[in-house]
Ligand binder design. Structure first.
Ligand SMILES: Cc1cc2nc3c(=O)[nH]c(=O)nc-3n(C[C@H](O)[C@H](O)[C@H](O)COP(=O)(O)OP(=O)(O)OC[C@H]3O[C@@H](n4cnc5c(N)ncnc54)[C@H](O)[C@@H]3O)c2cc1C
Length: 469
């Protein structure tokens, strides 16, 4: 096609993919969404990307940015019209600079998160964003979705780790906002408009990121618990005992770990007897800046305190890095085990930690009243008030029958979340999955402000249409 020849001249023909070569890019990670693209293009520099965007504006071609394609809301999947150009950021993946005096690094958007973490570690620093998809997701995708992950408790969301951005705007201009300043009060915070905008305002091409000292020692434990109320009480004890050194607190329902062990027989639950049958587990992590011994002492004191108060029924404290990794591996394998067992109805929600137990109890009960026999698959970042509250077919539904009722289930769960002043998307974003629910839970004023921002930054409406708004 003549139009694609122009793109091939801009980027080189090997970086313009069509047909079978483009097939894997137009299906999302969960295989829940699939679409068609005019082509997949892979620009290799900011200038090439800017030229592609200008070409799209000239030809009125919609653009869908894509990083690692691990997003769980269909945000990086084009619609079925085949009109949009899918822009893969994979080739723009350099670590441009590491400044250890300033504790910052400048990383291009297509850099895989794990590579960014490694580069920081090689410079004796920590880049603390961490999530189970880190071997495939990209820094650009992390910022476009304002990813959370397992260390938000201590270091904040992706947004909190960014000092500056470089962006190719929806009109093909290059904005170099790559400032590495911790203080900069010079007007509107454009950086924070692009972060979390899910590719609907422009392309993030690079970011200046905050680095931290590497912890000297880490301690991890898996705790067996009787209830979410107890988990919330343990969180409170751990916050007091560890203060800023508490870097992870994950809540896991027993059926999630059973699913992991069934799916990946090489993994095992490290409990026996009554504790193995506990209904809930919590994964706790302490990052200490002094020594292994100091970390262990602090950890044993907090875990001992929880045992004495009867908040936990048992605890396994990792003896070494290998055991610690094995415990985290159990947690991080939950989404993979879920995927292997088929499709479920997912919710990524947050409610204030103080309402967490009540939210789960009442929502479970109402779901059972309306959809008897469904299975509740619940895990998440309790320390951040964020749960993955998923609903699986259980004994009473087939996968297809459950998915047919998906919007009723979403409405029921989201209404409950709203009743507790929660958020219907704590960390995965909105994409296509939650776009139509947003106006139900945001005020007209908020929706209108968001639409006006979109119109101002993407006047032709070509950036990732049909997502978020
Ligand atoms: C196993 C698993 C575990 C996960 N765990 C977590 C978790 O703990 N916390 C969490 O927050 N998420 C989690 N996720 C979701 C996902 O990994 C994150 O949303 C991640 O940030 C997406 O990055 P990506 O590069 O794959 O983005 P993609 O999926 O490619 O894109 C996501 C969105 O960002 C846009 N986008 C991508 N790159 C750019 C760019 N450079 N400029 C502008 N827009 C862009 C896309 O258009 C799309 O709307 C998990 C996913 C999986 C599969």
């Amino acid at each position: 096609m003549e139009r694609l020849e122009e793109l091939a001249r801009l980027l080189g023909p090997q970086h313009v993919l069509t047909g079978q070569d483009a097939a894997s890019y137009v299906v999302d990670w969960r295989e829940r969404y699939s679409g068609q693209a005019l082509a997949v293009v892979k620009p290799g520099s900011v200038q090439e990307l800017a030229a592609v965007v200008k070409w799209c504006v000239a030809h009125q071609v919609p653009m869908v940015p894509q990083g690692g394609n691990t997003g769980l809301c269909g945000g990086a999947t084009p619609d079925s019209s085949g009109a949009a150009l899918l822009v893969s950021m994979a080739r723009m993946n350099a670590i441009r600079q590491i400044d250890t005096d300033n504790d910052t690094m400048v990383v291009e958007a297509g850099c895989i998160l794990q590579e960014a973490q490694r580069a920081a570690q090689d410079a004796d620093r920590l880049f603390p964003l961490s999530l189970a998809a880190e071997g495939s997701c990209t820094v650009g995708g992390n910022l476009a979705t304002n990813a959370g992950g397992t260390q938000v408790l201590r270091y904040g969301n992706a947004r909190d780790l960014v000092l500056g951005l470089e962006v190719v705007t929806a009109e093909g201009e290059i904005w170099n906002g790559l400032r590495s300043l911790r203080k900069d009060n010079t007007g509107y915070d454009l950086r924070n408009l692009y972060i979390g905008s899910e590719g609907t305002l422009g392309f993030i091409t690079a970011a200046s990121l905050k680095l931290y000292p590497l912890p000297v020692a880490q301690c991890t434990a898996l705790l067996a618990l009787e209830s979410i109320d107890d988990a919330v009480a343990v969180l409170s004890v751990a916050r007091k005992g560890f203060a800023a050194a508490l870097t992870g607190f994950e809540l896991i329902a027993a059926n999630c770990l059973q699913g992991v062990v069934r799916c990946f027989p090489e993994q095992r639950l490290p409990f026996e007897g009554a504790a193995a049958a506990a209904p809930w587990f919590a994964l706790l992590e302490l990052s200490d800046s002094e020594s292994e011994e100091h970390a262990r002492e602090r950890f044993e004191s907090v875990v001992g305190d929880c045992l004495e108060r009867g908040l936990i029924t048992d605890a396994v404290i990792a003896e070494n890095v290998g055991q610690s990794k094995a415990l985290w591996h159990l947690r991080e394998s939950i989404p993979l085990a879920e995927k292997a067992f088929g499709k479920s109805v997912k919710h990524d929600v947050s409610v204030p930690v103080s309402h967490m137990a009540e939210f789960v109890e009442t929502t479970n009960a109402i779901l059972q009243e309306n959809f008897p026999g469904v299975e509740h698959v619940i895990f998440g970042h309790l320390g951040d008030g964020n749960l993955h509250y998923n609903v699986a077919p259980g004994s009473a539904f087939t996968e297809a029958a459950l998915l047919e009722r998906q919007s009723d289930i979403h409405a029921l769960v989201h209404d409950r979340v709203h009743a507790y002043q929660g958020s219907i998307s704590a960390e995965h974003g909105v994409g296509q999955l939650k776009r139509d629910y947003l106006p139900r839970y945001k005020s007209d004023v908020e929706m209108s402000l968001m639409r006006r921002i979109k119109a101002a930054l993407d006047p032709a409406g070509l950036m990732n249409p049909g997502k978020l708004l």
